[in-house]
Write a protein that binds this ligand. Structure first.
Ligand SMILES: [Zn+2]
Length: 347
């Protein structure tokens, strides 16, 4: 199989993606347990687990009238589909996990996911926190990039625009990256069809665009016509793929192949360019490339959430926060480097 001909880096990323996507598919050990199944069946029928009843279940009023504790929740929660089925799944899972713990057994997955403890109806609180931190880090990086471009570096006298030829590309990249982390936070807060599609589509758009930026920067493509020739087929491909996922078939396997190919391609482009070029900031670039590949190992050693909160995936999102800081550091250094080179030519 072709995987054996790949480099170690490619293999790591390929395996990471497989584990990441398999982790999101449905059937797992936890939900095939007969005790879990019977708890679910009973809960959906009676609306209660023990003396805890859920208001969305058809028979939950029976439970509350005979002295059981009925779970009241804010009405906006109905919008994000915390219905009878999801409440039953969550509480049956907690019950099974309590029993497992007493028997000295470790946590198992339910419906493709580790047993997370929710906070204020947020499913994976730590992944949400780290996604928001990533978003914040991109925002800070982008603001600092803009302040460097427009108030610290010289501007072209005729149109007051930056000398740096890749500034517009990085602005678009920043917006796509923040959009992607926003939907990542939403998806980890509540995993539904819509939030999953928005998260996956945003990641595809970001990966596609960052591949275009990698090609344009590494090959110093500066004139408009050549940029269009590089970008147009990639934009067409990414758009078709997003439309296919959303309106034809949500194919995890195909999406994995597309994302891995685009991710590996750009990491290789940056790694080779960083290794060959005499860019003053190539050290930062290589740390980001190697760091990103290593961070993906966390997806391979997919461990359950510690105390129901921090799992490997959440930690993976945590590791990209300092990498994002370094990444914007590299982008700012590149802007400074290119501007000073262009200024020398102007003089
Ligand atoms: Zn995530």
């Amino acid at each position: 199989m072709r995987i054996f001909q790949m480099s170690i880096c490619t293999r790591v990323i390929f395996l990471a993606a497989i584990f990441f996507l398999v982790g999101r598919l449905n059937a797992s050990i936890g939900d095939s347990n007969p005790l879990y199944r019977s708890c679910l069946e009973q809960c959906e029928e009676t609306g209660c687990i023990g003396n805890r009843c859920f208001q969305d279940c058809p028979s939950s009023d029976v439970g509350s009238s005979n002295g059981s504790q009925s779970i009241q929740k804010p009405c906006y929660m109905q919008l994000i589909q915390w219905d009878c089925r999801s409440e039953c799944r969550y509480h049956c899972m907690l019950e099974r996990e309590r029993d497992n713990e007493m028997l000295g057994l470790g946590p198992v997955k339910y419906h493709g996911k580790w047993p997370f403890r929710r906070v204020l109806w947020i499913q994976e609180p730590m992944s949400v926190v780290f996604s928001v931190c990533n978003l914040g880090m991109h925002l800070l990086g982008w603001i600092s990039f803009c302040s460097l471009l427009y108030s610290k570096l010289p501007l072209r006298p005729k149109d007051r625009k930056p000398y740096y030829e890749y500034s517009l590309l990085w602005h678009a990249y920043a917006i796509l990256a923040m959009n992607s982390w926003f939907w990542s936070a939403v998806f980890h807060a509540r995993d539904m069809d819509l939030t999953e599609k928005l998260d996956y589509s945003s990641v595809v758009a970001l990966l596609g665009f960052s591949l275009i930026v990698a090609i344009l920067r590494a090959f110093s493509v500066r004139d408009e016509a050549s940029r269009v020739m590089v970008a147009a087929p990639l934009i067409a491909f990414v758009t078709t793929h997003i439309l296919y996922l959303n309106f034809y078939k949500f194919d995890y396997g195909l999406n994995m192949k597309v994302c891995v190919s685009m991710g590996v391609a750009q990491l290789l482009i940056w790694a080779v360019w960083g290794g060959l070029s005499r860019h003053p900031s190539r050290g930062k670039l290589l740390v980001v490339v190697v760091g990103t590949a290593l961070a993906m190992l966390l997806e391979i050693y997919d461990f359950p959430p510690y105390k129901g909160f921090v799992d490997a995936h959440a930690l993976w999102h945590a590791t990209t926060i300092p990498l994002t800081y370094l990444w914007w550091g590299f982008i700012k250094d590149d802007a400074q480097f290119r501007t000073s080179n262009l200024m020398k030519k102007v003089k």
